[in-house]
Design a protein around this ligand. Sequence first.
Ligand code: ATP
Ligand code: MG
Length: 735
Amino acid sequence: RAQAAPRYLDGLNPEQREAVETLDGPVLVLAGAGTGKTRVLTTRIAHILSLGKARPSEILAVTFTNKAAREMKLRIGSMVGEAVEGMPWLGTFHSIGVKILRRHAELVGLKSGFTILDTDDQIRLLKQHLSAANIDEKRWPARVLANLIDGWKNRGLTPSQVPAGEAASFANGRGQELYAAYQERLKTLNATDFGDLLLETIRLLREQPDVLRQYHHRFRYILVDEYQDTNVAQYMWLRLLAQRPQRNDLLADGSAAATPQRAETNLCCVGDDDQSIYGWRGAEVDNILRFDKDFPGAKVIRLERNYRSTGHILAAASHLIAYNEGRLGKTLRTEDELGEKVTVSGAWDSEEEARSVGEEIEQLQRKDHSLNQIAILVRASYQMREFEDRFITLGLPYRVIGGPRFYERAEIRDALAYLRAVNSSADDLAFERIINVPKRGLGDATVQWLHEHARQANMSMMDMAREVANTDELKPKPRQSLRDLMANFDRWAAQKDSLPHTELAEMILDESGYTDMWQKDRSADAAGRLDNLKELVRSMDEFENLQGFLEHISLVMDADRGEQVDSVSIMTLHSAKGLEFETVFLPGWEEGLFPSQRSLDEQGRAGLEEERRLAHVGLTRARRRAKIFFATNRRIHGMWTTNIPSRFLDELPEADVEVTEQKGGFSFSGYGASRFDRQESFGSSYTTPGWQRAQQRGGFSGGGYSGGSGSAPSGGRWQKTEIPDLPRPRKGPRT
Ligand code: ATP
Ligand code: MG
């Protein structure tokens, strides 16, 4: 009896099906956004499992984020039924690296319980090394060294392999020596940093043929998503695992004879050169070009039908990316309807931008659109704050992907705990959180003691603290410390009703030593935390009193705890890779912000092209609606800047874009008005870094961008008529 094709193959187009069913030998799927690459990869795993070609533990599958790995696991499960009991080797390069390394830690000089340092730890460690080496940290910051070392690690370079010229660029040629010392130190601490998770695995696999053989034997199939963003180290890692030796070599361990197909490299990578957005972190699109060379006989499959976006969106995204020169080139088509045009709206400032986005979301909500299907994709994470603010005011549930929500950040929670404890002396949880923050000698033992006695006496911890502070039940030091703290709390509580609540908050943060704690902190993110605290106080302004503010916060914090709640996603463009939403908002399309001035200054044309790919990624996340915004005025790191609309707006095709009503003093001059050539403007911004920023700060007037770069279809659409030098006074910078 002929067997029916499995259900999961239903609906795949012929090319997709070929990619799923070509199980033996190397396969490269090179295709544009939304063409089903990830779906192919997922289905391929289901296919391997359902044919019994390998057990779940014999498949190595690499995704770009942990979240993507979890989703893939769920999908596979739903395709092949409950047969999949976990896929231990489905994860990111890093998570798989850790796993391999933990198993063989001793072989690379670590113990299996080694710790993984985060960036903060890394920088702290490097600071120690700089000071031990008598190097002036002001001149040669630890952060720069950390980036340098990360860069080397991304390229798979150990200290002895660093090219002499590059090592010379730090601290008069001491870069390499510092790198070596840092590595030594990590070993003594039984620690690795992020880069080591790959580098040490590479070393392990290179130096230990037995271990390598073990993994060759284990991984019958290897699959990689988002292949365009692999860096050199990841590529080396992959090649080591995927390039199985010829059958003769395998015969030595006796296992090959029974299963001769094991000599094949069953590697399948899927990617899109137009979505390579991690060049700044060492990703190399060239890995795609090298694939054929390293894995001879590779089958290259192209997918051309986009299943994600409606016609106008796809046309706009394709047109934009065509401005890039370094492309492999590919066609994309959709059989979907044209749908809604991509909209572009201008706003006076970022606050108005957030307000407009909020309004549009509420409109969608009234039409029964799910908030889960709405995303806001920002270029820089500081843009998020304004949206969070607005959504809290509106009571619109949201979540921040790839970082904590504003009110969930540690420093904000601490500050809120102080305010809550002042507001109510019965709030034990709040009190407990900050009793020893900053450190004031009230350690775990004291807290424990307070806890127990308060419970026995049926009173709050603060009340108990007040009582015991005047007895001799505690040792003198904590007793004094507690007495001081409670005196503070009493004083703050007494002023609660007379002082404006924002002033009260500032006073509490200062007098408690909390602000001071972060001011003294030398870690890299301390400044950001202080900024957040300022923002917190600023946001209290919108409420009548402390009570009202705290109630609002607790409602908001409560409302969308847990992922099930329908909520808008806010994230950076970088972390939106691979995802899709019905509606995508793309705020901040302004010169300097997007494309980012830093990319242009540091990497010139390559930087611009990477920014453009990022814009392409943003647009192609949208299924039915893509809504672009720009603001004339924006506060960046506390400074107001006046911005001109992004050149990317000029690169959108007129026929697929709708310019919505303009606010904030903008009018459109129509197409073709030209003041200066884009190429030229690019050139000068490159050779004279900061040129565009200077333009913006100087209250750029009367000019516009032209779309004059050869094939550009239009230009100068975003010309302004009137650009004020300063934003409205009420929004002026605080002094
Ligand atoms: P990206 O480059 O953004 O990562 P991708 O190429 O990985 O995109 P997928 O996310 O796999 O694309 O697919 C995009 C959308 O199209 C998904 O919703 C997917 O379910 C759908 N899709 C893919 N192939 C088909 C098909 N043959 N029939 C119907 N829908 C499909
Ligand atoms: Mg994908």
